[in-house]
Design a protein around this ligand. Structure first.
Ligand SMILES: NC(=O)c1ccc[n+]([C@@H]2O[C@H](COP(=O)([O-])OP(=O)(O)OC[C@H]3O[C@@H](n4cnc5c(N)ncnc54)[C@H](OP(=O)(O)O)[C@@H]3O)[C@@H](O)[C@H]2O)c1
Length: 308
């Protein structure tokens, strides 16, 4: 079996980055950072007019792209290939959160989060893989990197945004599976970026509240209300990371000439919460060992050694 990709990735000096959701926040900062390097950037947004903070020159292409529209995705990828002949790094960044009480969630608003955060990422990535494998070799090295903006909430679930967490957990599982599906020789690397809190529009103008709250969850000290009070308080957000720091870390992960890990936590909150979650999971594994190994044949594990 051609093993999952553990080889280093080498970013070409004139690499082409294709980024969704560049009107603000992390996407905008990353696009700005790329314009200061020898790389080229395709900055996309639902409205091209929202990309005016980026310079206009031969290394920058600004395109309209709504990740919930397949024709819009296909058109943007086609124009990119016509203009630059290749795509080295795709950043599936477009996304938002929906907050409220899960019991009160309406079907349409719940599904819409997955349409953007999960299916948007799937629909871009499925098409980008073929470009990295089949088109890139015409103008340089085969392969590339797909960076998916997950979250520390793609590792652990927290109260009040269950559909957001579902979308990021789905993203992480899909990404890990696809990363292992691709022969290493194609040089395509997939990665879940897991930020903690970042000072963007995420918790302000981009934040969506469910249409209705559920009366049973009204107590201010109930978990969702405690978390919402934290997120909506500007002072609490004052220690969140700068989007420019996120952009610099993402650029470093891709450009440092090393293996691209499947998960990259960014920020002390993300790193610390994931570390705590791992400790708790290990405790559960130890506590449950006897019950767990009491099921089935001990040799069952050996039959899937090829997946390790
Ligand atoms: N900030 C945080 O604390 C944090 C933490 C963990 C993960 N993240 C993730 O980081 C990513 C970027 O968010 P951000 O923090 O930079 O927030 P942001 O400032 O609100 O930026 C989100 C971007 O996504 C775009 N977008 C939303 N729906 C879209 C669609 N259907 N098609 C194309 N673009 C769409 C928005 O464009 P419009 O202007 O058109 O709405 C905006 O440019 C998200 O996936 C988010 O889940 C953020």
């Amino acid at each position: 079996m051609d093993a999952p990709n553990t080889k280093p990735y080498h970013l070409p000096s004139d690499a082409v980055w294709f980024i969704t959701g560049c009107s603000s926040g992390i996407g905008q900062s990353l696009a700005q950072l790329i314009t200061q390097t020898s790389n080229r950037v395709v900055a996309t947004a639902r409205k091209v007019s929202a990309l005016s903070s980026l310079p206009t020159n031969d290394h920058v292409l600004k395109l309209e792209l709504d990740v919930t529209s397949i024709p819009s995705i296909e058109a943007a990828l086609q124009v990119t290939v016509e203009r630059f002949g290749r795509i080295d790094v795709v950043v599936n960044n477009a996304g938002y959160t929906l907050v409220g009480d899960t019991e009160a969630a309406e079907d349409q608003e719940s599904r819409a989060v997955l349409d953007t955060n999960f299916w948007g990422m799937v629909d871009v990535t499925k098409r980008a893989l073929g470009i990295m494998r089949d088109v890139n070799p015409n103008t340089g090295q085969q392969g590339g990197v797909i960076l998916n903006l997950s979250s520390m909430g793609g590792w652990s679930g927290y109260p009040g945004s269950s559909f957001y967490h579902a979308s990021k957990f789905a993203m992480e599982g899909w990404t890990e599976s696809v990363a292992k599906e691709l022969p290493a020789s194609w040089n395509i690397h997939l990665c879940n970026i897991e930020p903690g809190g970042v000072k963007t529009n995420y918790a302000t103008s981009s934040l969506k509240h469910m249409a209705k709250r559920h009366p049973a969850y009204a107590e201010p000290n109930y978990p969702t209300n405690v978390l919402l009070a934290y997120m909506l308080n500007e002072e609490c957000r004052s220690l969140w990371s700068e989007p420019s720091a996120l952009a610099a870390a993402m650029y470093q992960v891709v450009s440092r000439g090393q293996r691209i890990p499947i998960r990259v936590p960014l920020g002390a909150d993300s790193w610390g919460m994931i570390a705590k979650d791992l400790e708790d999971t290990k405790k559960d594994l130890d506590d449950l060992k006897e019950i767990s190994l009491g099921v089935g044949d001990p040799k069952q594990l050996e039959t899937i050694n090829f997946l390790k």
